[in-house]
Design a protein around this ligand. Structure first.
Ligand SMILES: [Cu+2]
Length: 594
């Protein structure tokens, strides 16, 4: 379907204003619906938007389990607010059905494509043969219209994961769903109930249309942009600062490039007014499986008056750690335990730029609500976010510009600060002094008056023998030009001419991801669970996606034990589409072929 047709549908939906009535008659998968039966162990939900009619399911509650699973990809009407739009979805719902596997089983998943374009499904965070990874043009040809592809893989892990299309912008139009793998033995941390919370962002604009608009005007979705005569603190901005901001061609409020001006933020497919509600009994230990399945939105998640005990990150168990707020990058997952009392709680997932929020309620009875906190003030970039190390923290912005003016020694685009990158118009900024930011709170959470999870809080529950010292370091620069909406690694936009990152099979390498831009990028490597190099030694936590904060770096180690070609990219969909993507190629393959 063309973008034009998509928009016309959206307009018709708005004119019709039939959301409420239609919503009640359509079905969500059981896990995503309001909970009405307290005896049921899995998920909650109240009627909100809906998608289409019932589809064949393996189990009574719509969860798909077992050795053989069938999925169908098709276009389906989807209602957000009062608008009916077309979604690309799995088995008729957005998000798609819960796939629940068990560690140790073999999975055979048939995916049939009923679209009029190619499609695919990638199993995000699963370690499997590369031919089953679901990236068209890399791991397989993709699934043509009308065809069925059988994914077959052994399940060697457990935890909370998800799946999504890796074709065009389909993941941004609804082709997402949760995937949970139960451990072969008991869970490390027991709970009385679980809820799955799929966070996503929804727009009437297709990702391709967004990309086009952003190429024309990078601020098109930014309705919070300050005038450039004001400093980030709201005080009049000295001329020197104004010049510097304009030289870096960036607004200090450019925290997210697609915002609440076009996005509605959803929990389990429900917009904030639908108020998805999860029911529990007072005193229960409730396990929340939180998945950020957004296309473009990093969320700050918190539940007023309820501490969050994080027990897993990206599917892998961590030593339980209590916190109050989590910045969750696109594609990350967290499992947390909460022990709510006999009342209602509001779960808030605020977009990183604070232009909107996804909302849900946890309650002991249907219909209960709790106050919804106001959106907090939009965050401001600090000197540390601009890659000036700690200087900004000590001196503030005016101090910095003083130094710059007095000494002229620190520039924002000195190639000596990023050896090896391709310096071209796609690189508008080179952070001069990127700092290790794995112990830093995410953007905008620096000064909130409660606990915030940072990567250095994460630690494997037990020492691991497979965490050893790397023998080689690979530095990857995250680069971009905001004004032209160009995104790349090392200044090179992905194309068939790009050299892959080559790893020798079996070698142990460190990836150091240096963010030369002023945005947070959630970077994902397919095919591996890597060891976050966060100073925990042999208790390094395993992850598949890492937020790299602006002007800083993050690092992880991995053993190149999975031969094949693996996608490596920013998980902000439009950044990936714009070129922040490369291939990690591990050789030799089995049989010794290089
Ligand atoms: Cu990015």
């Amino acid at each position: 379907m063309t973008d034009t047709a998509f928009d016309r549908r959206a307009l018709l939906g708005r004119a019709g204003a039939i959301g409420g009535a239609l919503g009640a008659s359509l079905l969500l998968p059981r896990w995503a619906m309001a909970q009405t039966d307290h005896s049921h162990h899995t998920i909650p939900m109240t009627g909100g938007p809906m998608t289409n009619g019932p589809m064949p399911m393996n189990t009574a509650d719509g969860t798909l389990s077992g050795e053989h699973i069938a999925l169908t990809i098709a276009r389906t009407p989807f209602i957000v607010g009062r608008r009916t739009m077309q979604a690309t979805c799995v088995n008729g719902t957005v998000p798609g059905p819960l796939i629940r596997l068990r560690e140790g089983q073999d999975a055979a998943i048939d995916v049939t494509n009923h679209l009029d374009e190619d499609s695919s499904i990638h199993w995000h965070g699963l370690v499997l043969p590369f031919q089953m990874d679901g990236v068209p043009g890399l791991s397989f040809p993709g699934i043509r219209p009308g065809e069925t592809f059988r994914y077959r893989f052994p399940v060697h892990q457990s935890g909370t994961y998800w799946y999504h299309s890796h074709s065009g912008g389909q993941e941004g139009t609804g082709l997402i769903g949760p995937l949970v793998i139960d451990p072969a033995g008991p869970e490390r941390v027991a709970s009385d109930r679980e809820m799955i919370l799929v966070l996503s962002d929804w727009s009437a604009l297709s990702p391709m249309a967004m990309l086009h608009k952003l190429k024309v005007d990078p601020d098109v979705f930014n309705f919070q942009q300050q005038t450039l005569t004001q400093s980030p603190s709201g005080k009049p901005m000295p001329l020197s600062d104004r010049l510097r901001w304009s030289r870096t061609r960036m607004s200090p409020t450019d925290i997210a490039d697609v915002t609440g001006s076009t996005y509605t933020y959803l929990v389990n497919g429900h917009d904030p007014l639908a108020n998805w509600t999860g029911l529990f009994r007072a005193g229960e230990r409730v396990r929340l499986r939180i998945i950020n399945a957004s296309a473009m939105t990093i969320f700050n998640l918190r539940i007023s008056d309820l501490p969050l005990t994080v027990i897993a990150a990206d599917g892998s168990d961590v030593k339980p750690v209590e916190t109050d707020e989590i910045q969750i990058g696109v594609a990350e997952t967290y499992d947390v335990i909460v022990t709510p009392q006999d009342r209602a709680y509001t779960l808030v997932a605020e977009s990183i730029d604070r232009s909107g929020m996804a909302l849900a309620t946890l309650a002991t009875r249907p219909g209960m609500t709790a106050p919804v906190p106001a959106l907090r003030k939009p965050p401001r970039l600090t000197m540390r976010d601009m890659g000036m190390g700690d200087m900004g923290d000590m001196q503030g912005m005016s101090g910095m510009s003083h130094m710059e003016m007095d000494h002229g020694s620190m520039t924002m685009r000195d190639p000596a600060n990023a050896p090896g990158i391709d310096l071209n118009p796609g690189v508008d900024m080179i952070a001069p002094m990127p700092a290790d930011r794995m112990g830093d709170r995410g953007l905008g959470l620096e000064h909130v008056d409660h606990r915030v999870l940072v990567y250095t809080d994460l630690e494997a529950p037990e020492p691991r023998a497979d965490v050893t010292a790397p023998t080689r370091e690979i530095v990857v620069y995250l680069t971009g030009n905001m004004a032209r909406y160009m995104w790349s690694f090392d200044g090179r936009k992905f194309s068939h001419m790009t050299q892959p990152i080559r790893l020798e099979r079996g070698e142990r390498v460190r990836f150091k991801l240096v963010n030369l831009t002023m945005m947070t990028h959630p970077i994902h490597l397919h095919g591996f669970l890597f060891d976050l190099a966060n100073g925990k030694g042999n208790r390094a936590p395993r992850k598949h996606t890492v937020n790299v904060l602006p002007g800083g770096y993050a690092a992880f180690d991995l053993t190149a034990d999975a031969p094949g070609d693996w996608a490596f990219h920013c998980h902000l969909l439009l950044h990936m589409m714009a070129g922040m993507f490369n291939v990690v190629s591990v050789r030799p393959m089995d049989g010794g072929a290089a």
